[in-house]
Design a protein around this ligand. Structure first.
Ligand code: CAA
Length: 379
């Protein structure tokens, strides 16, 4: 067993770290304040090949693997969790299902521009009445000649409004819950597609989250992804990988907060010595660092399993569960280390704490991760 990253992985980490420091971090607080997505940052990520890390070159990717992708999400999230989730949703939730289930035509038409970063991807599963119970969706897709006609709406869509390609799930057979769901590739320009309300959020504020609406939206039959009735399985297997992307985001957020807390604790003098030299703070830092490292190991393990074509659903649920809770705990402790200053916007730790919360909610709440893990243990 070898815990050292390969030269390729170290190279990707260095490249993304430099990019994050020079191009993403300087505007992170401002974009958070203004709830502003920056297309220029996405374009630069595309130029570096980050938008297609795990996909083969023939489909516009750079032919690396899921570990490299997780390292990239981690490094971006270390300075800006919004940028991390933009890449994560784009890669795991939109590009991946097309890579895995798409026909050759669909891959050429949609995966290539997604992986090259000339398109942005989104994923539409959640509805106002169906969150954790994903199988309870109401959006319908009815066959009409050579088109499916979609009606309904999806909410909390990461990359909503900025994405031009969405993988969306709808009911094609209402008499059958899971086997009556199908997946579709939707272009934002399709007739009957529109973007609805943009959410005002606690955290990840420079990543747009919107509703997407289907009003007699006509989707060519060739845009069905996988077979009719296969949608629920496609949604679930997509989330199996997506959850590890969120774990990587959580590791990045937690590491960013830890770095800030260690730096501050070494500088801040109280009672005649740096607070880092006082046990109340130093033990806190030790616990924070230990949790971050354990989260990273779980996340890298799940990514490695996916790259090696081993099962990874349970491991991804575990990494998301552990890393999400770690991010929340570590960022809260980072604010505590900073004391009153941590509660202000003069330092980044309050933003890290706000950003961390969503990692316990999206791509399945922590409670759903426990359900997934326990079902796999006992099945
Ligand atoms: N892989 C393959 N098949 C799977 C599967 C998986 N991981 N999970 C379930 N299935 C299959 C089952 O085998 C079963 O198939 P059969 O009928 O052939 O036996 C079928 O799907 C139904 O499975 P369940 O009975 O387990 O389904 P359920 O209704 O109990 O729901 C659930 C399971 C895990 C709770 C699921 O509803 C779930 O994951 N909910 C959470 C939804 C979620 O994560 N939403 C996130 C939204 S996206 C997002 O957040 C994006 C973002 O902003 C970044």
């Amino acid at each position: 067993m070898n815990f050292l990253l390969s030269e390729e992985h170290e190279m990707i980490r260095k490249m993304v770290r430099d990019f994050a420091k020079n191009e993403v971090e300087p505007t992170a607080a401002e974009r958070d304040e203004e709830e502003r997505f920056d297309m220029e940052i996405f374009r630069k990520m595309a130029d570096l090949g980050l938008t297609g890390i795990p996909f083969p070159e023939e489909y516009g990717g750079i032919g690396s693997d899921y570990l490299a992708y997780c390292i990239a999400v981690e490094e971006l999230s270390r300075v800006c969790a919004s940028t991390g989730v933009t890449l994560s949703a784009h890669t795991s939730l939109a590009s991946w299902p097309i890579y895995k289930y798409g026909t050759e035509e669909q891959k050429q038409k949609y995966l290539v521009p997604l992986a090259q970063g000339t398109s942005i991807g989104g994923y539409g599963l959640t509805e106002p009445g169906s969150g954790s119970d994903a199988g309870g969706m109401r959006t319908t897709a009815k066959l009409d000649g050579d088109h499916y006609v979609l009606n309904g709406s999806k909410i909390f869509i990461t990359n909503g409004g900025i994405a031009n390609i969405y993988v969306v799930f709808a009911v094609t057979d209402p008499s059958s819950k899971h086997k009556g769901t199908s997946a579709f590739i939707i272009e934002s320009g399709f007739e009957g597609f529109s973007v609805g309300k943009k959410e005002k959020k606690l955290g990840i504020r420079s990543s747009p989250t919107t509703e997407i609406i289907f009003e007699d939206c006509r989707v060519p039959v060739e845009n069905m992804l996988g077979a009719e009735g296969e949608g629920f399985k496609i949604a679930m297997t997509t989330l199996d990988g997506g959850r590890n992307g969120i774990a990587a985001q959580a590791v990045g957020i937690a590491q960013g907060a830890l770095d800030a807390a260690v730096g501050y604790a070494k500088e801040r003098v109280q009672f005649g010595k740096p607070i880092a030299a006082q046990q109340g703070v130093s033990f806190k830092l030790a616990d924070m660092a230990t949790s971050v490292e354990a989260s990273r190991l779980l996340t890298y393990q799940a990514a490695w399993r996916e790259s090696e074509n081993l099962s990874y659903g349970k491991e991804s649920a575990m990494s998301k569960l552990f890393a999400g809770d770690t991010a929340m705990k570590v960022t809260t402790e980072a604010v505590q280390v900073f004391g009153g200053y941590g509660y202000t916007k003069d330092y980044p730790v309050e933003r890290y704490m706000r950003d961390a919360k969503i990692t316990q909610i999206y791509e399945g709440t922590q409670e759903i991760q426990r359900l997934v893990i326990s079902r796999m243990l006992t099945k």
